[in-house]
Design a protein around this ligand. Structure first.
Ligand code: GRF
Length: 211
């Protein structure tokens, strides 16, 4: 399976993917920001990198067309958004239908969009987490591949909660991509993910707080 990763910054999720020993070929890491830390990390792992700044293009459609052309040079089976902080046009999403995967730092469909940890704290939810999902036209929606939940602690700040979620992202993202690469998860009809050889423990639950 050939994979192209899109990033915009730190690249810690990308790093988790690169270091997970996945049965995939990382063809290229593309960043829309030249200063993205993740570019150095990718290069250190021997993965080709490319910067394509959206500022060099007159509008979203033109940028997305150029980005798709660059991605398609690698003929990837999967395009992974790992902290790529740009909304993608409908045409782009359609072009990569069933091949485009994102990680979002909240338990979707709760808290789509930005500032998820602050919003989770403000809402007073007792469980928060992250979601790996197929990308569809609506931002931060689409068939869910995997989720991980963490407790929200009384003393949590955005930062402490964010760190707890990020730790789970680094575990969840490679796991979900491995399932896709090994054919253990796939997008079925009716927009739901189908699993084979994976189980859910029906007797387990994460509740928070606890006595
Ligand atoms: C992560 O929290 C991810 O869920 C979100 O953007 C952040 C990217 O962080 N989409 P990093 O660049 O992977 O460190």
């Amino acid at each position: 399976m050939k994979v192209v990763i899109l990033i915009s910054g730190r690249g810690s999720n990308m790093q988790a993917l690169l270091e997970a020993g996945l049965p995939v070929e990382f063809a290229c890491v593309i960043s829309n920001k030249a200063e993205a830390k993740g570019l150095e990390i990718a290069a250190a792992h021997g993965v080709p990198t490319r910067v394509m700044s959206h500022r060099d293009y007159p509008d979203r459609a033109t940028f997305d067309t150029a980005l798709a052309a660059e991605i398609d040079r690698h003929a990837p089976d999967l395009v992974i958004l790992a902290g790529f902080m740009r909304v993608l046009s409908a045409a782009f999403v359609l072009h990569y239908e069933r091949r485009l995967i994102n990680i979002h730092p909240a338990l979707l469909p709760a808290f789509p969009g930005l500032d998820t940890h602050a919003r989770a704290l403000a809402a007073g939810v007792r469980l928060h987490g992250c979601t790996v999902h197929f990308v569809t036209q609506e931002v931060d929606s689409g068939p869910i591949l995997a989720q991980a939940a963490v407790p929200v602690l009384p003393e949590d700040t955005q930062e402490s909660l964010g760190m707890r979620v990020l730790h789970q992202e680094h575990l969840l993202f490679p796991m979900a991509i491995r399932w896709l690469a090994e054919g253990r998860a796939s997008l079925g009809e009716h927009g739901r993910v189908i699993y084979s050889g994976l189980s859910c423990r029906s007797d387990s639950a994460l509740s928070s707080p606890m006595e």
